[in-house]
Write a protein that binds this ligand. Structure first.
Ligand code: SF4
Length: 219
């Protein structure tokens, strides 16, 4: 990605941000009431292969503070990425860590980090796609939602959209491109986010991620 591509992305993100700031939470809330939603506490959204929660650095810090855990216990890099000529693996943004197929914070009693759960979890199953309300599969859709709950959800959705765009703007602003190379078990993992580059040794990443990457690269 050259500088001109990055500048074009920044200009596009700036326009998206203006549009997101003009979104009407009242209109969104009305739409949510029309669709209907009531959380059944089934935990389906916290478990299984499909569960993948993007977390931003400020959210990771909130979870670190609440759970009393380290950054790499809370979050892990995604497995999609590219290699540079030095054998380092580059990837974008963080995901909440999982234990096997499920979110590490799921329990039958509910979310163990409820007060600090990411915006994505707070707004599930809804999300905004270019300012348009859309939703993922969920058993609670169609349920009855009150005026206040719909208003709160709409405001959270608007906040999430603004946060996502601002995080992307910062990521693009700090992003340093690199020459592409071949995979290697000897380099580092480089996570690009709104704070710049986080360089991690593979041995620092607990859990199954390092193993999964090795398997995917057939090392
Ligand atoms: S953080 Fe909490 S709400 Fe979000 S996926 Fe994990 S258990 Fe579910």
């Amino acid at each position: 990605m050259n500088r001109a591509d990055l500048e074009e992305m920044q200009a596009d993100l700036a326009l998206q941000l203006k549009r997101a700031e003009r979104l009407s939470a009242e209109d969104l809330a009305r739409e949510i009431r029309r669709i209907g939603f009531w959380c059944m506490r089934c935990g389906d959204c916290c478990r299984g292969e499909e569960n993948s929660v993007v977390v931003f650095p400020f959210e990771i810090r909130e979870i670190v503070a609440l759970a009393g855990e380290g950054w790499l216990e809370v979050a892990e890099p995604p497995l999609e990425g590219e290699w540079d000529i030095g054998g380092n693996f580059h990837t974008l943004e963080w995901r909440l860590r999982k234990e096997d197929r499920d979110c590490r914070y799921y329990s039958e009693e509910g979310c163990k980090i409820y007060e600090a759960r990411p915006l994505l979890c707070q707004t599930y199953p809804f999300y905004l796609e270019d300012g348009r309300l859309d939703w993922s599969e969920c058993r609670g859709l169609g349920g009855e939602i009150g005026f206040e709950a719909s208003q709160k959800l709409a405001e959270l959705l608007k906040r999430r959209q603004i946060v996502e765009i601002k995080e992307a703007i910062e990521l693009v602003r700090r992003y340093e491109d690199f020459e592409r190379g071949d995979s290697s078990p000897h380099g580092k993992c480089v996570v690009h986010d709104s704070e710049g580059e986080h360089k991690i040794e593979w041995s620092e990443i607990p859990g199954a991620l390092g193993r999964r990457l090795r398997q995917s690269q057939k090392w």
